[in-house]
Design a protein around this ligand. Structure first.
Ligand code: ZN
Length: 214
């Protein structure tokens, strides 16, 4: 299912939460942001709305590594011919960069960039003693390496997400934030269940995917 559809459903849940709970503009913004974000975050396992922009960045990083490596090799050769003793360092660096550019797949670079964001959140959470941020950091750092529609699309992930959301609710004192975020996350799993691919809700205990496609 498309990311924009998940985003729309999540936003609608956030709006519903702002109507359901006593109205407060700041709380309403929290409900919509949390629920919309929750509705797309299950797809952090692979290419999705959140990381597709990083695809271009990954492409550039890989290309830059290759070109910088070739440049360093060229410069090393030039230093060597000029009798400069610093050529081995440049040559070694150049070979390293070229190899890195050749070995790294764009997907891996993208996953690493997403993980890096997760590590940033984890660090921020650790510095500010925020359980929610720490939990979110672990999720964001871990999810990109999982199989698509694998562990992030299960009741276990939904439970973990509910735990993270509850921690944010306690920290921010926004009643219902946890429920809105959890509903947003669950909406993603339900929406994917309606697609032909279905969702393995109880993976890895039950490996069969459950689908209700029309
Ligand atoms: Zn999905």
């Amino acid at each position: 299912m498309k990311g924009s559809t998940h985003l729309a459903i999540g936003t609608a849940i956030g709006i519903a939460a702002s109507i359901y709970y006593p109205f407060d503009p700041v709380h309403a913004a929290y409900y919509v942001a949390a629920s919309a974000f929750s509705a797309i975050s299950a797809d952090l396992d692979g290419t999705n709305m959140l990381s597709s922009k990083l695809g271009k960045v990954s492409h550039r990083i890989r290309e830059s590594a290759l070109w910088l490596g070739l440049l360093a090799l060229g410069a090393g050769g030039w230093l060597y011919s000029a009798g400069n003793p610093n050529y081995p360092a440049l040559a070694a660096g150049g070979i390293g960069l070229v190899l890195l550019g050749l070995i790294l797949k764009e997907g891996a670079v993208r996953n690493a960039l997403v993980s890096l964001c997760g590590v940033g959140l984890l660090y921020a959470g650790w510095r500010s003693h925020s359980t929610g941020l720490i939990g979110l950091g672990v999720f964001v750092a871990w999810a990109p390496w999982l199989n698509h529609r694998g562990l992030t699309h299960t009741v276990w992930a939904a439970l973990a997400w509910a735990f993270i959301a509850a921690a944010f609710e306690r920290q921010l004192h926004v009643e219902g934030l946890g429920a809105a975020a959890t509903a947003g996350y669950l909406s993603h799993l339900v929406a994917d269940t309606l697609t032909p691919g279905g969702v393995k809700w109880l993976y890895p205990i039950v490996k069969k995917s459950i689908k209700l496609s029309f």
